[in-house]
Design a protein around this ligand. Structure first.
Ligand code: HEM
Length: 569
């Protein structure tokens, strides 16, 4: 053993960190990268956030921010609780320290809805949706959007929807017949994901998952009125278009994180991505066939081979092909065959689940509010016709109030995500108190900042609708609430169908469909809550989906007790 003399010069001490770095360069690099990432994602992002002074909830997860609060199934959506706690304009944190700005301030919402040049749909979301479902109107912006919208507008006008009423009635009555069959049948057809518990077995009535059958009816309507196509969904016929469309939707789960971190989900070497491409090919082939058939029909009509009088009315695709063929439309403004084809998947995407979900929440509200249901039935029973025309249906006053209240309280699309396309100042009608205690009458956003134009929170804002904003009260429309006149929605002073240039193109179609189905169902059936009183949870996603507490694994459902109307009254 070497002996070091006491007076020998001291060996310089190498600090532990230096020794560790030299000995473990890889671990050190990883730790350094993670540290830098952490500083970038959290303190740096927070410090440089243009709207950091806006109040909001503390983050509940380091990695996911407040995202778990939002996607967690709940009876009151988390953002609604935050608005009530922190005021009309808030921010919350998101994945990897990113933030979202959101507001129920009427002036700010209008500003966001109107300025589609300043607030675009998040490009990463549009890109992935466009890749999977086609670059139809739902995924394009700017000039491409204006061009598509110009050609599509006539197909969605009141005149066009008037011509589709026979289809709405036919499908609404087919749905009614199907429910009737369940009530009549002595055999135990499965009408719900979970069988009724003993207390829910009520003589003369049946536990039925209304969401499932409403979804079948709206899909059949969308197919027939949208592009003259038979899904045969109410008859439970296997259908290639519905199957490939649903398969794309199912596999899309894999893209969620990629969309959040803005990486090219569609380029990932994953089995799910290949599957989406496979089903997309099938969907496109069917949609292509539909477009070519429609073009041939139109050609035949032009050459007078087809008798126009025998036709029920034009479907959306025929109407848009017609608008696309107008001679004075410049070639640069016309839609290509691929663009027409992509509208088909966009119509299914935009119009089916939204309408079925609205109706399901609506029936649940009517089941919980029997007085309203009876009053509505009284109005509808007094009508002598079974098949009203569009104007007669729209003119039924209480049906209109009930529909408006259904769509206000549970808007199927709870919020529209947007990204600031430039640095922008958002004006506020109601100043808010910032985190530094000072009042703010505007909020600055930077190019690239993410925000959500909220529907449900504006529709339920107590500042706009009063203290009873959370209650189902169609009578609130007996007189107009002056504050709600400021709501910039395209219909009914609610945000449900959005406002501005991106407002829902199909809102008249949706209203006619919803009202005709309510008309038929309420005249024929009594809807009640199940005696076991299941608690319905909102699952916030693109659509505000219903789940039953404790039965989440059974998936989406809206079980109600249904009985024929004659027995109940
Ligand atoms: C209750 C049912 C419906 C609701 C609540 C609803 C709601 C909405 C909302 C909120 C938007 C704006 C989304 C955004 O900008 O991010 C939208 C857009 C759209 N909706 Fe609907 N919708 C419904 C039914 C329908 C139906 C039945 C159709 C067609 C058959 C349809 C077609 C469209 C289209 C094409 C757009 C895109 C408009 C554009 O960007 O110019 N919707 N819808």
């Amino acid at each position: 053993m070497a002996i070091i003399p006491l007076d020998a010069p001291a060996i310089p001490q190498v600090p532990f960190v230096t020794t560790f770095v030299t000995a473990h360069p890889i671990i050190t690099s990883v730790v350094a990268i993670l540290l830098l990432l952490y500083i970038y994602c959290y303190p740096y992002t927070e410090y440089t956030l243009a709207y950091r002074n806006v109040p909001g909830p503390p983050s509940s997860s380091v990695l996911f921010g407040n995202l778990p609060d939002i996607v967690h199934d709940q009876t009151v959506p988390a953002p609604m609780q935050w608005f009530r706690q922190y005021g009309t304009t808030i921010r919350y944190s998101y994945f990897l320290g990113a933030h979202r700005f959101t507001t129920t301030d009427a002036r700010a919402v209008e500003f966001i809805a109107q300025h589609t040049d300043l607030f675009v749909r998040p490009p990463q979301l549009s890109r992935v949706l466009g890749w999977a479902f086609g670059h139809g109107i739902l995924t394009v912006e700017g000039e491409a959007h204006k061009r598509q919208r110009r050609v599509l507008n006539p197909a969605f006008g009141a005149k066009a929807v008037r011509g589709m009423m026979p289809i709405f009635w036919e499908c609404a009555y087919a749905l009614s017949q199907k429910l009737d069959g369940f009530l009549d049948s002595s055999n135990d057809v499965v009408t719900c994901p979970s069988p009724p518990v003993p207390v829910d077995r009520v003589p003369g009535a049946r536990k039925i998952d209304v969401l499932k059958y409403l979804g079948q009816a709206t899909l059949d309507i969308n197919g027939r009125a949208g592009f003259d196509y038979e899904f045969g969904s109410l008859e439970e016929r296997p259908n290639a278009l519905a199957e490939s469309f649903n398969s794309i939707w199912t596999e899309m789960k894999v893209t969620i994180v990629a969309i959040l971190i803005d990486c090219y989900a569609e380029k990932l070497p994953l089995r799910e991505i290949r599957l989406i491409e496979h089903y997309r090919g099938k969907t496109r082939a069917i949609a292509d066939d539909i477009v070519q058939r429609k073009k041939r029909d139109l050609q035949a009509e032009f050459t007078e081979k087809m008798d126009r009088k025998t036709k029920m009315g034009d479907d959306l695709v025929t109407l848009l092909l017609r608008a696309n063929m107008v001679p004075d439309l410049p070639a640069s403004q016309k839609l290509s065959d691929e663009e027409v084809r992509d509208q088909i998947t966009n119509f299914i995407l935009a119009g089916n689940e939204t309408s079925a979900t609205a109706l399901a929440w609506g029936l649940m509200r009517l089941a919980q509010n029997l007085r309203v249901q009876h009053k509505l039935r009284e109005e509808l029973m007094a009508v002598t016709e079974d098949h009203l025309d569009y104007d007669e249906l729209m003119a039924l006053p209480y049906l209109d109030k009930v529909t408006r209240e259904i769509l206000r309280l549970d808007p199927p699309v709870p919020g529209a995500p947007r990204m600031a396309a430039a640095d922008v100042v958002v004006p506020l009608a109601t100043p808010i108190r910032g985190r530094n205690g000072k009042m703010m009458d505007h909020v600055k956003l930077r190019k690239g900042d993410q925000l959500v134009a909220s529907m449900i929170e504006v529709n339920r804002s107590k500042e706009l609708w009063g203290e009873d904003a959370d209650e189902f009260k169609p009578e609130r429309y007996d007189k107009e609430h002056p504050t709600t006149l400021k709501v910039p929605g395209v219909w009914g002073n609610v945000m449900t169908f959005m406002g501005g240039p991106h407002n829902c193109l199909g809102y008249r179609f949706a209203l006619a469909m919803i009202k005709s189905i309510l008309f038929v169902l309420i005249r024929n059936f009594e809807f009640e809550e199940l005696p076991s009183k299941p608690v319905f949870l909102y699952k916030i996603g693109v659509v505000l989906r219903p789940y039953v507490e404790g039965e989440e694994s059974a998936g989406l459902q809206m079980p109600l007790l249904v009985r024929p109307v004659q027995q109940a009254e």
